[in-house]
Write a new protein. Structure first.
Length: 484
């Protein structure tokens, strides 16, 4: 009898276990991505009445929504809202068809601002949308992690309330490296440059020679399936060549206004990037704006989340031409010259002879820009002397602001006579004055040399009003070197 009970118990346990296995085995099918559902819902609209289209990229969880210019956008956004309500979305890019009327643009922007989703990882708008005078789309920004734009300048024209929302953005992707107006995004912490969301912009590069100026390869035909159906090819964004040329530091200066900026991402919509000499030169210039930046590592997948300090990245690729580096530094320091001169003149005077035993900037006003000044004054037409002028006798700055001494070299003119054709004759005397910007002291000007005007001069068809002697530059450079 006991055996039967045991067998019955075992059968019961087996039955319960079988039920449990059946319960465990009934795995629910994974829900489709909200943006895939959204794209499908849009594309199910009656094609006879709606031109609005959506294309979904599974690889990047991105939906490209092109709103039809003549569509009933209220019905379109009803479909979109139903699909995204309460959802966490990936990347959403809105554009519109040809010749959309202003009232429809305004409705579209109002509707984008009211999207009932929970969050958006990346939001991108066609520039003609955000350049429009309706800024209501910014109402969605509290839900947006990253905003993608093509340029920044237009946002300076936004109203105060919209600017306040823009200032809350922590992550910003820009299609190019155009920073004018970026101060509107005052709260930004991360900037991605050379980002590309537009589906037809498929710049690449792993298969493009590193020394090529071409970043957009010729389009290739989409492959065809065996059944004759054409297969869509997603934009090929594998490796970006970062070879941006720096044409002047002026383009970078707006970045100085970003107090919270701590991370730079190069080509965030590509898998990775490679860098060449021009790119390193560019990053060195950026490091003079903010050397605390972290930058995504070249040749590493962005998804691996590997970052390094911008200075370390530049030094690891130190194939920047030294003269290029020095000129970049001097471009930044040139912005300080007038301020240095004004501050320095207010310092206490020190009678001791100066010794340039630390990093030094030498600003030289040459004869042609001297303008026959009869006393020391600031002249904006000078230049910073380089290694080719002074050699290694004076220690040079290694980055903007990285110097202690400021030396102002200038000519003074004194009228000594007149030539027989009426031209006034002047002597030229060069001086140099050293300012210790760290200790806030100035040294008395040091006389370098004086040159008297020639007794006779050859005149052309136009008789000059003034003429002076000329102190040789070699003599000036030699005197400066002696202070080193």
């Amino acid at each position: 009898m006991k055996k039967k009970i045991r067998i019955a118990c075992l059968m019961a346990v087996f039955a319960v276990g079988a039920l449990a296995l059946c319960a465990c085995g009934s795995v629910k099918q994974k829900a489709e991505a909200p943006l895939k559902v959204t794209a499908d819902a849009i594309n199910k609209l009656d094609r006879k009445s709606f031109d609005t289209e959506a294309e979904y990229s599974k690889k990047s969880d991105t939906v490209f929504i092109t709103l039809g210019s003549y569509d009933d956008l209220e019905k379109v956004f009803n479909v979109i809202n139903k699909s995204v309500k309460g959802k966490d979305l990936g990347t959403v890019f809105f554009s519109y068809g040809f010749s959309m009327r202003d009232e429809k643009k305004a409705f579209a922007l109002d509707s984008i601002g009211k999207l009932p989703c929970s969050s958006i990882k990346v939001l991108g708008l066609d520039k003609y949308f955000y350049e429009f005078n309706n800024h209501s789309w910014t109402n969605i920004l509290p839900k947006v992690e990253t905003l993608y734009i093509q340029n920044c300048e237009v946002f300076k024209k936004y109203d105060a309330a919209s600017k306040q929302k823009l200032a809350s953005i922590k992550k910003l992707w820009i299609k190019e490296d155009l920073y004018k107006g970026i101060e509107v995004f005052s709260g930004v912490e991360e900037i991605g440059i050379f980002a590309v969301l537009e589906k037809y912009d498929d710049r690449i590069s792993s298969d493009t020679p590193i020394d090529s100026d071409i970043t957009t390869p010729a389009p290739t035909e989409a492959p065809t399936k065996k059944n004759g159906e054409t297969k869509k090819v997603e934009p090929y964004r594998d490796t970006f060549i970062f070879n941006e040329r720096l044409y002047g530091i002026e383009s970078l200066l707006p970045l100085r206004k970003l107090k919270n900026w701590s991370r730079l991402i190069i080509a965030p919509t590509f898998e990775k990037y490679v860098i060449d000499d021009l790119g390193v030169d560019y990053l060195f210039a950026v490091s003079n704006i903010n050397n605390q930046l972290m930058v995504n590592e070249p040749k590493q997948k962005l998804s691996d989340n590997k970052y390094m300090k911008i200075d370390d990245l530049v030094n690891a690729n130190s194939n920047v031409f030294s003269n290029s580096k020095e000129f970049t530094i001097n471009d930044f320091i040139t912005l300080d010259i007038k301020s240095n001169y004004k501050k320095g003149n207010k310092f206490k005077t020190k009678n001791k002879k100066p010794k340039l035993n630390d990093k030094t900037v030498v600003y030289y006003v040459n004869q042609y820009n001297g303008q026959y000044a009869t006393k020391k004054k600031y002249n904006a037409n000078g230049r910073i002397l380089t290694s080719s002028d002074l050699g290694n006798s004076i220690e040079k700055p290694e980055r903007a602001g990285d110097y202690r001494y400021f030396v102002y070299v200038y000519p003074i003119y004194k009228k000594v006579g007149r030539y027989d054709k009426g031209t006034k004759a002047y002597s030229e005397t060069y001086y140099m004055q050293v300012f210790d910007m760290k200790k806030k002291v100035k040294y008395k000007p040091i006389k370098i040399a004086t040159a008297q005007p020639e007794k006779k001069i050859s005149l052309g068809s136009e008789i000059p009003d003034k003429h002076s002697g000329s102190v040789k530059e070699k003599k000036i450079y030699k005197a400066i070197k002696k202070l080193g």
